[in-house]
Ligand binder design. Structure first.
Ligand code: FO1
Length: 331
């Protein structure tokens, strides 16, 4: 980070990096707090072709969450969905391991149709966000396919086979982001990161290995985050050494990494300027050699989401001011 730019006087302009359920909660808080000043760069490494349809689970989780249409209980899919299609598919002996609700199905059918007609994933996502009345800009990390692949002792599993069909039970030896080397950061993501008015970048409390690393694997992404010259802060997905939901702690153990804030900071070393950790992990703060903000990070209610969003933005602005002062003093 360098502090060459003056702090903006209105809502801080933020870019958030986000995966599915956990990340979307903070993205919602950021959107409610700062509206159109927020751009959310979303992981598409979970995307896959299923039943002939292009499914983008993390994009949809963010769209449904920010668009007030998500099933809050499950965290994914649409609120009030019905399952007639799945029942009929089951009757026909079709593949039912991945559940597509009747309303959710409309998203996949329409996205597939538009992608085949030459509309980019970025454009499709922008149009849906507009129709859902979402103020924030929601950006797929790339318009090209990147396939998160889980390498287990029994071989390679595509992400959804690992996550949904095998329920994250296989041991993770390694993760591969197939196609990432050929993927291009979309122009919209590049523009959001190059925006001269950008104030901070926030890495949401998403799984670092499954949700954030695919974003960082897109060529040029790490360089663009650095070149933005704004504070980059990460919100730990761990609370008391455990993930609120999902396999973060399990994967860390399987990769031989302790499930704590220090290991997360080491994972993001060279990229982040500060970390937000939960109050229950307060003891970890002393072991971190980057600035730390200790705050309640469990997001049960909308108020929790907005409060954490404001805490993150305030912390990032503090880092920016400190860096400006240090630069001024060094002159
Ligand atoms: N998660 C499940 O655990 N089981 C499912 O059957 C399932 C279906 C599904 C359909 C559409 C969608 O957008 C998401 C869906 N998810 C399902 C969630 C998804 O696997 C995960 O949210 C992510 O990919 C991890 O972030």
């Amino acid at each position: 980070m360098s502090a060459t730019r003056p702090a903006s006087s209105c809502a801080p302009r933020l870019v958030a990096l986000c995966g599915g359920v956990g990340g979307a909660k903070l993205a919602l808080g950021l959107e409610r707090a700062y509206g159109g000043a927020v751009s959310v760069v979303v992981n598409t490494g979970d995307d896959f072709e299923h039943l002939g349809l292009h499914v983008s689970p993390d994009i949809d989780t963010v769209l449904y969450t920010l668009g007030g249409r998500s099933d809050l209980e499950r965290g994914w899919g649409r609120a009030g969905d019905t399952w007639q299609f799945m029942k009929a598919l089951h009757e026909l002996g079709g593949e039912t391991w991945f559940q597509l609700g009747d309303r959710d199905l409309a998203m996949h059918v329409e996205r597939t149709r538009q992608l085949r007609a030459g509309i980019s994933l970025t454009e499709f996502t922008r149009n849906v966000a507009e129709r859902f009345g979402i103020a924030a800009t929601i950006l797929p990390m790339s318009d090209e396919r990147v396939e998160t692949t889980v390498i287990t002792p029994a071989g390679a599993l595509s992400f959804q086979r690992y996550f949904v069909e095998k329920q994250c039970i296989p041991v993770v030896r390694r993760l591969e982001f197939r196609g990432a080397e050929r993927a291009r950061m979309s122009d919209a993501v590049a523009a959001a990161l190059r925006n001269p008015g950008l104030d901070a970048i926030i890495v949401c409390p998403s799984n670092p290995y499954l949700s954030i690393d695919p974003i960082l694997a897109v060529p040029g992404m790490r360089a663009a985050l650095k070149a933005a010259e704004v504070p980059v802060i990460v919100v730990s997905p761990l609370i008391g050494g455990q993930a609120v939901k999902g396999p973060t702690a399990k994967i860390m153990a399987e990769l031989g990494v302790p499930a704590d804030s220090r290991a997360l900071a080491a994972h993001y070393a060279g990229l982040i300027d500060g970390m937000v950790i939960d109050e229950s992990d307060r003891a970890d703060a002393a072991a971190l050699d980057i600035p730390v903000c200790v705050a309640p990070t469990l997001m049960r209610t909308l108020e929790d989401r907005v409060r954490l969003a404001r805490t993150c933005a305030d912390f990032a602005m503090q880092l920016r001011d400190q860096s400006a002062r240090a630069e001024g003093a060094g002159r």
